[in-house]
Design a protein around this ligand. Structure first.
Ligand SMILES: [Fe+2]
Length: 334
């Protein structure tokens, strides 16, 4: 076998690094992945939803390689020209690549530092609510996307600009049985962060604005069953990607101070305990692949005044599972 599975990640209980015979040859790796298309998706499932392929620097010079590898993970690779994202954030020649960068013309700023910046014992905070920004990509769509690929074209220095991942399946398994039974029957109400329904907006009493069809909140199971592994995983976001006006949890008291908020806060703090979290420190050429159906992730602060950062993301759909069978895309007007 050309690919070797090395997991879990150091210091974590999930994730895996993929070793490849010719570590620097991204083009050969993509060809091998295409020739045996079940291998890397199988490793992603075995790893619990996060894979690291280091040494993929050559993709930065040949962005089509990243798109080809993305197709190994699912039938549809999102074309960002067609899906209503700000067009200045799309790669100029490869429309399947979304550019996450603080450099012009992208201009995306990093999230704020946690407040306080360290844990009480001086550690790096990962747990909600001290750490904010935990989400799973585009959970405000039905069906939501399956897998994201994220390439470090120009990462910042290690100890800044990390990406944190939490294992939603392990967190679900560790819930007390009564709470597990409760979340099995619950749905969350997810919405994009620009819809004006963020927690702090609603808490400040800002009036809601009318939403276009593609912006409407969407229901998702709080315990989402993975179509490949069969495992259930906590499928949740927090401040910016839940609907804090009518949600966050369907059928529970709504709003930032309601019973739904209290349960969401409890579940999110559970999900992001250090025992379920992996902190990825980026090196140039790292390609991290994550499964949005069973993991959540969060970006961290970096010094955007001093550090230029360029990361490329693709988004793969096409295997959402039976819950979403035959649903037409919620975010594309009929
Ligand atoms: Fe994300």
């Amino acid at each position: 076998m050309a690919f070797q599975f090395e997991g879990p990640f150091p210091g974590a209980a999930f994730g895996a690094r993929v070793r490849w015979a010719d570590a620097a040859d991204a083009a050969a790796l993509v060809a091998a992945a295409e020739a045996a298309p079940a291998v890397l998706p199988g490793m992603l499932a075995r790893a619990g939803g996060v894979l690291l392929l280091p040494g993929m620097d050559a993709m930065a010079d040949d962005p089509g390689l990243l798109v080809r590898l993305s197709h190994v993970f699912g039938a549809e690779v999102e074309d960002y020209r067609q899906t209503l994202v700000a067009q200045n954030l799309v790669h100029p020649t490869q429309p399947e690549i979304f550019v996450v960068s603080n450099t012009p013309p992208f201009g995306r700023q990093p999230p704020a530092k946690p407040e306080p910046a360290l844990t009480p014992d001086g550690g790096f905070p990962v747990q909600y609510p001290q750490r904010r920004g935990w989400h799973t990509d585009q959970s405000y769509r039905r069906p939501p996307p399956d897998i994201s690929l994220f390439l470090a074209v120009l990462p910042v220095r290690r100890d800044q600009g990390q990406t944190l991942f939490a294992d939603g399946a392990a967190a679900y398994d560790a819930l007390p049985p009564a709470l597990q039974a409760q979340v099995d029957a619950l749905e969350g109400l997810h919405v994009g962060s620009s819809a004006g329904r963020r927690r702090e907006h609603v808490a400040a009493g800002k009036p809601p604005r009318p939403l276009a069809a593609h912006e409407r909140p969407q229901r998702q199971p709080v315990a989402r069953q993975h179509p490949v592994t069969g495992r259930r995983a906590l499928y949740l976001c927090e401040y910016g990607q839940m609907d804090w006006l009518e949600g966050p949890l369907v059928g529970m008291e709504p709003g930032p101070d309601g019973a739904g908020a209290a349960l969401l806060d409890r579940l999110m703090a559970h999900l992001t305990q250090p025992r379920f979290v992996y902190v990825h420190e980026w090196s140039k050429g790292d390609l991290v692949i994550w499964d949005n159906r069973c993991t959540v992730h969060a970006a961290t602060w970096f010094d955007a005044e001093r550090e230029p950062r360029v990361m490329w993301r693709t988004t793969v759909s096409g295997n959402p599972g039976p819950r979403y069978a035959d649903e037409r895309p919620s975010w594309i007007p009929a």
